[in-house]
Design a protein around this ligand. Structure first.
Ligand code: AAT
Length: 283
């Protein structure tokens, strides 16, 4: 028995006890480690930061996918950037109305190892006929993608350090805008308001996206294993407002059973604490 410890700030650590280290390697892009423990089940880290575990992955993957579909139930073409564990694709593929999903993950090793050790997120993704899997840089992919070719872009990325950095740039958000159709929605991993370093990332991302999209929002969810447990996604859109335009009955008619997301929570998730609102409004 030993402990996986992650530094959440200079003065605060988070630890999980694990029984077994399942795998460890350095890919061309990052350090990858898989562990098995009791409390959170199997989990993996990239560059020693928690990415996914069996116990709370449903929260993140429900929240990155379903609010967009409840805002626009006619989404057919989806681009996922990152998301190598497969959890985001798994939730998108639950919609029979989705026709095409392109997933662009920079590190094939993350996906292959999740197929081996984390079937809860990766199983069945590669086999779905609607999936196109590409192992390349997401920023390079959007630069070359045609105009107005997707209804939804989901940026399921690591933090803005090392390989994930390009996915937090103005150039990337501009390409996303161009690649989205006229009703397009962009959802992005938006960091956290609580610890200073993450809050700074959050503020910077907000400022850049706000300068490009006409409708921009930030929404929150509770993620026990990410620093502070309070985590955010960005919702940027060309036409639809996620709160005013929510299509409750249409979403319910998909008949999806979700463990975290529901349409009441959808509305509440966009109501942010005052200190978060203030931080997001400060230039
Ligand atoms: N589904 C929740 C898991 C993740 S992992 C994010 C993925 O983004 C990783 O597999 C990483 O390899 C991939 N990635 C990073 N940079 C790029 C890039 N430039 N192009 C394509 N894929 C990339 C998200 C965890 C969030 C953690 C928050 N603390």
């Amino acid at each position: 028995m030993t402990w996986y410890t992650e530094q959440w700030s200079n003065e605060c650590n988070f630890s999980i006890k694990y029984e077994k280290e399942l795998h460890s390697e350095k890919s061309p892009f990052q350090q990858i480690d898989f562990y098995q423990g009791k409390e959170f089940g199997t989990f993996f880290t990239l560059d020693r930061l928690m990415m996914v575990n069996e116990k709370d992955e449903f929260i993140y993957h429900d929240m990155i996918v379903h609010p967009a579909f409840a805002t626009n139930p006619n989404i057919k073409k989806v681009l996922i950037i990152g998301g190598g564990d497969g959890g985001t694709a798994r939730e998108v593929l639950r919609y029979p109305s989705v026709e095409e999903v392109v997933m662009v993950e920079i590190d094939e090793r993350v996906f292959r190892l999740c197929q081996e050790y984390l079937p809860v997120t990766a199983k069945g993704v590669e086999e779905d006929k609607r999936m196109e899997l590409r192992f390349e840089d997401g920023l390079a992919y959007v630069k070359n993608a045609p105009d107005a070719s997707f209804d939804l872009i989901l940026v399921d990325s690591t933090d803005p350090i090392s390989v994930g950095e390009g996915l937090f740039t103005t150039a990337f958000y501009q390409e996303c805008y161009r690649v989205l159709n006229k009703d397009g929605i962009l959802i992005n991993q938006h960091e956290s308001p609580y610890f200073a370093e993450y809050a700074e990332n959050m503020r910077k991302a907000r400022k850049k996206i706000k300068a490009i999209f006409p409708i921009t929002n930030v929404y929150q969810y509770h993620m026990p294993t990410y620093p502070s447990g309070h985590w955010l996604f960005g919702f940027a859109s060309k036409t639809f407002d996620p709160v005013k335009d929510i299509r409750v009955e249409d979403w319910k008619s998909f008949g999806l059973k979700t463990k975290y997301y529901n349409t009441d929570l959808h509305v509440g998730a966009f109501q942010l604490p005052s200190y978060v609102k203030e931080a997001l409004e400060t230039d």
